[in-house]
Write a protein that binds this ligand. Structure first.
Ligand code: HEC
Length: 194
């Protein structure tokens, strides 16, 4: 019995050591894999779990499922600006257009379309990361709510660069999002402005 117990402990110990070895070699593999391909994969993963689609993608049905033919292309022309009421925040059914104390905002086109997407608004990897760090667009204009850039500023530079890398690989969609209509007087907003 003693021998049996002794050898099963030995087997357990071996399994633990092997497990540690395997997980160490896996993380070493992840660390060294690096490169553009894995940055794009990570960016896709991050975009998938951080809610970008909620506001930036047109929806194909009333249940809010993303229209896969034009993801992240911003507020579609068919989405009207929501109504307004003092002291309330309103949003369109597809969450791409908003009104609140800050005015009316339309979710931007994040695709690589050169005339209406991020390149048209002078974004590069550096200015994309800077926007999340400073709340300022490349043209110096402050980001308005409900874009939760302050929350995303908690991401590392590598994560934000991965999101940028992924956004370069998605389908370019030509969709001119209208200009925001900021409220005449700046008022306290729940997200965004400091
Ligand atoms: C709660 C809604 C919401 C979520 C979630 C959201 N955004 Fe936004 N985003 C907006 C709105 C609305 C604007 C337009 C604000 C403005 O122009 O001032 C915007 C603007 C932007 C801009 C600025 C584009 C420009 O025209 O200068 C970028 C870049 C951006 N969002 C990226 C992202 C990314 C990446 C994610 C996910 C990590 C994300 N957003 C999540 C609502 C959202």
């Amino acid at each position: 019995m003693k021998t049996w117990l002794g050898s099963s402990w030995a087997v357990c110990a071996l399994a633990i050591v092997l497990g540690i070895f395997i997980s160490m070699s896996q993380s070493a593999g992840q660390a060294t894999k690096g490169g553009a391909a894995s940055a794009v994969e990570r960016g896709k993963y991050l975009v998938g779990i951080t809610g970008c689609h909620d506001c930036h993608s047109p929806k194909k049905d009333a249940a809010g499922h993303v229209d896969e033919t034009r993801p992240l292309s911003g507020r579609p022309a068919t989405t009207p600006a929501p109504s307004t009421a003092a002291g309330e925040i309103h949003t369109a059914l597809d969450l791409t257009a908003w009104t609140g104390p800050w005015g009316t905002t339309y979710a931007s086109n994040l695709t690589p379309d050169t005339t209406t997407g991020l390149p048209a608004r002078r974004y590069s990897e550096a200015s994309f990361v800077a926007m999340f760090r400073t709340g300022k667009k490349p043209n110096g204009v402050g980001i308005l709510p409900p874009m939760p850039y302050e929350m995303y500023a908690n991401m590392t530079d590598d994560d934000l660069k991965a999101i940028w890398a992924y956004l370069q690989t998605i389908k370019p969609v030509r969709n001119q999002v209208p200009a925001n209509v900021p409220a005449p007087v700046a008022t306290a907003a729940p997200t965004g402005k400091k």
